[in-house]
Design a protein around this ligand. Structure first.
Ligand code: NAD
Length: 286
C-alpha cells in the first residue's frame, strides 16, 4: 500500500480480532502503531507480536466510552510518535440475541457508549490533531448490522447504523481539510466477538501455560455466552439466517478486514471519503 510507511497509526480494540490484525497490517506497511485497548494483557500481546516481526508499537490502555480516556490516548500517541496520520476506530462489543423489549437500560447504554459514543469520542480527539497536520485518514469499524436490520440485535444494529451516519457527516465536515473518514462493514468474521469457539484467531501460538490457561478461560466464557445466546435465539424464534447466509460460503479472517482498512488509509484511496465499504463475502449484495 502507498503512503503508510513512516507514519503513525492508532488502532482501538487492537488487543484481539480485527483490531489486532489491523495493527499488525499497519506495522507491516511500515507505520508506527499505537495499540489501544481496554484489555491490557491482550494489547501488550499485540505490541509483542509487532515487535517480534520487527515493527514499532506502543500500548495505551483506553476505555473508548470514556472521553477523558480517549483524549489521553490521542495525547500519548502524538507525544510518542510526533504525529497521527491514521486512526482505525474499531473497538466494539456485541450483545446476546434479545428482543428489544428485553434489553436492560444498563446493557443498552453500554452498547451505545462503547460502539457509538466511543466512535464519536475518538473523532473528537483525533480530528484536531489531523486538522493541524493538514492530513489524516480515519476508518471506523461499522458492521453488516449497520447496513441492514438484525432481529435480536437491535441495540448493536442501532449503534452501528449510527457509526455509518457519523462517518458520512464527519467526512463532509472535514473533506476540505484533507481528512478522509470512511468505515468498513464486516460480515461475520473469525474473532472472539463471534467465533471464539473456533480458537484459531490471529495471534499465533500461545506458548506459556499461563497464556493457555487464560485462553481456555476465555473460550469457556465464550462458549457459555454462545450457548445462552443459542437458547435465547431458539426461544425467541429469530431468523438469524442473515448472519449465516454469506455468498462466499465462509466467514472472514480478520486479516481480510484489515486489508480493506489499510487500503482506505493509504494514498491509493485518496479520493474516497464518507463511505462504508462492506467487507462481507457478498452479503450486502444479496
Ligand atoms: P474482538 O472481541 O475480538 O475485539 C474487540 C476488542 O475491543 C477487544 O480487544 C476488546 O478488549 C476491545 N474493547 C471492547 N470494549 C472496549 C472499550 N470500551 N474500550 C477499548 N477497547 C474495547 O471482536 P472483533 O470482531 O475484532 O471486533 C472489532 C470490531 O468489529 C467491533 O466494533 C465489532 O462490532 C466489529 N464487527 C465484528 C464482526 C465479527 O463478526 N467479528 C462483524 C462486524 C463488525
Amino acid at each position: 500500500m502507498n503512503g503508510i510507511d513512516g507514519k503513525t497509526a492508532l488502532v482501538t480494540g487492537a488487543g484481539s480480532g480485527i483490531g489486532r490484525a489491523s495493527a499488525l497490517r499497519f506495522a507491516e506497511e511500515g507505520a508506527s502503531v499505537v495499540v489501544a485497548d481496554i484489555a491490557t494483557a491482550e494489547g501488550q500481546e499485540t505490541v509483542e507480536l509487532i515487535e517480534d516481526a520487527g515493527g514499532e508499537a506502543t500500548f495505551v490502555e483506553v476505555d473508548v466510552a470514556d472521553t477523558d480516556s480517549v483524549e489521553r490516548m490521542v495525547d500519548i500517541a502524538v507525544e510518542t510518535y510526533g504525529s497521527l496520520e491514521f486512526a482505525h476506530n474499531n473497538a466494539g462489543i456485541l450483545t446476546d440475541f434479545v428482543d428489544v423489549t428485553g434489553i436492560s437500560e444498563a446493557r443498552w447504554n453500554r452498547i451505545i457508549d462503547v460502539n457509538l459514543k466511543g466512535a464519536w469520542a475518538c473523532l473528537k480527539a483525533e480530528i484536531p490533531v489531523m486538522k493541524s497536520q493538514g492530513e489524516g485518514a480515519i476508518v471506523k469499524t461499522a458492521s453488516e448490522a449497520g447496513l441492514v436490520g438484525m432481529p435480536g440485535l437491535s441495540s448493536y444494529s442501532a449503534s452501528k447504523h449510527g457509526v455509518v451516519g457519523l462517518t458520512k457527516s464527519v467526512a463532509l465536515e472535514h473533506a476540505e481539510q484533507g481528512i478522509r473518514v470512511n468505515a468498513v462493514a464486516p460480515g461475520p468474521t473469525k474473532t472472539n466477538i463471534q467465533s471464539g469457539l473456533l480458537g484459531d484467531g490471529p495471534g499465533g501460538s500461545t506458548p506459556s501455560l499461563r497464556d493457555r490457561f487464560r485462553t481456555a478461560i476465555r473460550l469457556i466464557r465464550t462458549a457459555i455466552r454462545l450457548i445462552r445466546t443459542a437458547i435465547r435465539t431458539i426461544r425467541a424464534d429469530y431468523d438469524t439466517s442473515a448472519m449465516r447466509d454469506v455468498p462466499m460460503d465462509r466467514i472472514a479472517d480478520p486479516e481480510e478486514i484489515a486489508g480493506a482498512v489499510a487500503f482506505l488509509c493509504s494514498s491509493d484511496a485518496s479520493y474516497i471519503t464518507g463511505h462504508t465499504i462492506p467487507v462481507d463475502g457478498g452479503q450486502a449484495a444479496d
